[in-house]
Design a protein around this ligand. Structure first.
Ligand SMILES: *Cc1c(COP(=O)(O)O)cnc(C)c1O
Length: 446
């Protein structure tokens, strides 16, 4: 395989002629409902670079939506995948089990914070992990209500989209939604729902959420509280200090299963194995997917043994869930995080983000807020700083400018006014800075 050189190089206009041809074929073969961020077709990828079918080398600041934490086609992952694929590709763990699944469960059971006995179950995606976390919580508690938060994203299955906050595009036209799902305010310090200041938002929003659980639902009716410790699709929102802690205490008092959805922010992305570790909270259940499989599709549910074991035999499972090739990839990816010290890499990337992006708040009227949590960053655009009016067009213009110049970045946020940056953790520093410079110029040009 040709080596992917770690630099940006644009040889054609973007998208180039071969990508444009493939887009035409795509239009005729794939439904329009499958959206596309950048109409450029990939031919190869490694480190922080995606090479397209026209030979352009693009800087990857999206990592396939926080998936390629260890990089695309990481040699150790590719080797583990081919060895497993040559041995056997599938048996179905529920038919004839294999060691890789158990070994991966052992790894996750020990990585999830808290000195408690854990069990892990594997599925095929983040949405399926969330679905199963809810099933486990309902079975363990004998209750039905599930609470989720404003700005949340939890996937596109029936329960996933019901738990997701944003109507368009995730829920519009797809109802009826699942019953017994309730929504609470999330601590979004820049837009505090309780009207508190940036520093007071955490406790203020926790109090609002707890009052709603008490008065509108009843704590003793709630099976699970499902929360992203850092919002991903919602715009890389880091909740105010004390928010998660207060919710967790309420869950403990009321026998509610606290589910940390770590699908996006977990697996080393924020400089910790799990983003909940930035708080002191020990979650009852953690859901994983995106970064877990080193680019292969796998989702996990890791929870307290007594909760996970409460489900009757045969109540959990999936034909492909925890496929042996995906388990081998995930085990190799965990080893990559350790041997390449990617937790530290995520911290360093976060320092570069902070140093380069935070000054934009002072310098550019259109930048309302900059948020950084390890290798997750966001720039939130506003048209009026005082009113904090979301400026969706500014975010679109910055992204269009990045994409034209060969820098892949993502949009996010309930108001579509956030540019989100999620590079592979193995990206070289020069490459990262080149990508950020392109973005900063686009922001300054607004
Ligand atoms: C992406 C995501 C999901 C859904 O994962 P899929 O693999 O796309 O089903 C669930 N929760 C969070 C927090 C996510 O970011």
């Amino acid at each position: 395989m040709a080596e992917v050189r770690q630099r940006r190089e644009i040889l054609t206009e973007l998208p180039g002629p071969r990508s444009r041809q493939l887009m035409e074929r795509r239009r005729a073969a794939v439904p329009a409902g499958v959206g596309i961020t950048m109409p450029v077709f990939a031919a190869a990828a490694a480190g922080g670079v995606v090479v397209d079918v026209d030979g352009n080398s693009l800087i990857d600041l999206g990592a396939g939506i926080a998936v390629l934490n260890v990089g695309s086609a990481a040699p150790a992952v590719a080797a583990a995948v081919s060895a497993q694929a040559a041995a056997f590709t599938h048996t179905c763990f529920q038919v004839t089990p294999y060691e890789g699944y158990v070994a991966l469960a052992e790894q996750l059971n020990s990585l999830v914070p808290g000195e408690v006995e854990r069990r892990s179950l594997f599925l095929n995606s983040g949405a399926e992990a969330v679905e199963n976390a809810v099933k486990v919580a309902r079975s363990a508690t004998g209750r039905q209500a599930v609470v989720a938060f404003d700005h949340a994203f939890h996937g596109r299955t029936l329960m996933g989209m019901t738990l997701t906050a944003k109507a368009a595009p995730y829920k519009r036209a797809f109802g009826p939604l699942a019953p017994e799902v309730y929504r609470l305010p999330y601590s979004y310090p820049y837009r505090c729902a309780a009207g508190a200041s940036y520093d007071e938002c955490g406790p203020a929003c926790a109090e609002m959420a707890i009052t709603m659980m008490d008065r509108q639902i009843g704590g003793d009716r709630i099976a699970a509280l499902v929360v992203e410790p850092v919002l991903g699709e919602g715009g890389v929102v880091v909740p105010g200090e004390g928010f998660l802690e207060a919710l967790s205490a309420y869950c403990e008092e009321n026998g509610i299963v606290f589910v940390a959805d770590e699908v996006q922010a977990g697996f080393a992305r924020t400089g910790k194995w799990f983003s909940i570790e930035h708080s002191g909270v020990v979650p009852d259940i953690v859901t994983t997917a995106k970064g877990l499989g080193g680019g292969l599709p796998i989702g996990g549910v890791t929870g307290r043994a007594e909760l996970m074991d409460s489900v009757h035999p045969g109540g959990l499972g999936s034909t492909f869930g925890g496929n042996p090739v995906c388990c081998a990839a995930a085990l190799a990816a965990i080893e990559e995080v350790r041997s390449k010290e990617l937790l530290q890499a995520a911290w360093r990337i976060g320092e570069i983000f902070s140093a380069r992006l935070r000054p934009l708040v002072e310098e550019c009227a259109a930048v309302g807020d900059v948020r950084v949590r390890g290798a997750m960053a966001a720039i939130e655009f506003v048209s009026d700083r005082k009113a904090r009016t979301p400026d969706q067009r500014a975010a679109s213009r910055v992204l269009a400018s990045c994409h034209e110049q060969g820098v892949i970045a993502l949009k996010a946020g309930t108001f579509d006014n956030v540019v989100r940056i999620l590079p592979p953790l193995v990206i070289g520093e020069e490459l990262l800075i080149d990508g950020l410079e392109v973005m900063e110029k686009a922001v300054r040009a607004l």
